[in-house]
Design a protein around this ligand. Structure first.
Ligand code: GDP
Length: 301
């Protein structure tokens, strides 16, 4: 009897001290957040989905009737939602992934459009794995672009490892196949395959990539994206994933003044692991992906 009165009394107090959030009071604040997401290079579609999701999460939520700062409440929910998207990129270290697989050689194919930093990233990864004691060979399956072979050879020489190549115009799948055969015969642990980076919408390129994948059956297909390209990174990610399938991502040029939106949009769309971030032009400028650091980058802009 006494408990019943007590809980009724608590209910009245709660009704007096709390109220529910209404849609009309959120609109202006959420418009502001939508604008700042787009300013941070988040694609329009992604920003729109995020804002709608946040709206649904907040309408009807109880908040203190007095002293509640709605903007702060919204800001915290925005952070939670962004972090949730970014966390979908978390994954094991690449070295651990290779070790825990029984495959030898472990074969990784790299995709990406021209200029994103694919070749530099392959060299950085080769160095990273070599420093941990693995034997690596490079395959130049870009038989299309002038200077592609010389560029990869330059890195192979600097790192003191072999690069397998054929002449320009040769079949890229055959180069990759040869590199794997070489690795098998020499007891090499990892084969890193560089591919041609023409425009992602190039039909021949996609056919060529599909053939490489069919022939070598790689253990990992990594898409390299330039974090500075904003919306275009989403288009590239969608296109490569639909056409050849993407297992994991690497974002480059994160050392430049990026706003982080490309990472949010691509992860929102693809939800794939991010093995590394490129943070400069030296071999050591490769860091593990950290969701909280990217969130801070976006929020503090
Ligand atoms: P690819 O055409 O995709 O193979 O690109 P490259 O590897 O040739 O790189 C294109 C340019 O981007 C080069 O000048 C690289 O030094 C530069 N680059 C690659 N990764 C990074 C990075 O993480 N940060 C910065 N600042 N530059 C990078």
């Amino acid at each position: 009897m006494f408990d019943k009165i007590k809980s009724k009394f608590q209910g009245i107090i709660q009704r007096l001290s709390e109220r529910e959030i209404k849609e009309y009071e959120l609109n202006e604040i959420l418009d502001e957040f939508m604008y700042s997401l787009i300013e941070s290079d988040v694609s329009y579609d992604t920003a729109n989905h995020i804002i709608e999701f946040i709206k649904r999460k907040l309408i009807g939520r109880s908040i203190p009737r007095f002293k509640a700062n709605l903007k702060d409440i919204v800001k915290n929910v925005v952070k939670e939602v962004l972090l949730e998207i970014l966390i979908s990129g978390r994954c094991d270290d690449l070295y651990d992934t290779i070790l825990s697989s029984a495959k030898k050689p472990y074969v990784i194919v790299f995709f990406g459009v021209n200029g994103v930093g694919k070749t530099t990233t392959i060299a950085k990864i080769a160095k990273y794995l070599m420093d941990k004691g693995l034997k690596v060979v490079l395959a130049c399956s870009d038989t299309f672009r002038a200077a592609a072979i010389e560029q990869l050879k330059y890195h192979a020489d600097k790192l003191g490892i072999r690069m397998i190549s054929h002449q320009y115009g040769a079949d890229p799948a055959a180069v990759a196949y040869d590199a794997i055969e070489h690795a098998k015969s020499k007891g090499i642990d990892v084969v890193l395959i560089d591919t041609a980076g023409r425009q992602h919408s190039n039909v021949n390129l996609m056919e060529e990539l599909r053939k490489i994948v069919r022939v070598v059956q790689p253990d990992l297909k990594i898409l390299v994206l330039d974090a500075l390209t904003g919306n275009d990174a989403v288009t590239q990610a969608r296109y490569f994933n639909d056409n050849v399938g993407v297992d994991a991502l690497i974002f480059t040029k994160v050392d430049a003044d990026i706003k982080g939106g490309a990472i949010i949009s691509v992860l929102y769309e693809l939800k794939k692991p991010v093995f590394f971030l490129g943070v400069g032009q030296r071999y050591s400028d490769l860091i593990r992906y950290n969701a909280q650091e990217i969130l801070d980058m976006i929020i503090n802009k």
